[in-house]
Design a protein. Structure first.
Length: 94
């Protein structure tokens, strides 16, 4: 299972790993942007593009249905920068 999204202009397939404790697939994706900015993403499962019914869903200007998340600033050693954010993508398409 992979996730692709607007966080890197849909350029790369990011693999998701199974978290036995939380019982979800997840990954952390470092992206450039601003706190509160929306990012669009979709899962690839067995070669098919899918959205997760467990995450927020929206339709973009071109009519594509995607999941959407809001970026949050990553805090490292008590400091943050305005242009470094992280998005936690978890869940599995239904």
């Amino acid at each position: 299972m992979f996730v692709c999204g607007s966080f890197d202009n849909w350029a790369r397939r990011h693999p998701l790993q199974w978290d036995e404790t939380k019982q979800v697939f997840s990954t952390l994706v470092n992206v450039q942007g601003h706190d509160g900015e929306e990012v669009w993403y979709k899962f690839i499962v067995d070669g098919e593009w899918q959205v997760s019914e467990n995450d927020a869903i929206a339709t973009d200007a071109c009519g594509n249905v995607n999941n959407v998340a809001t970026m949050e600033r990553e805090i490292t050693s008590g400091t943050t920068t305005d242009d470094e954010s992280i998005v936690m993508v978890s869940g599995a398409p239904s």
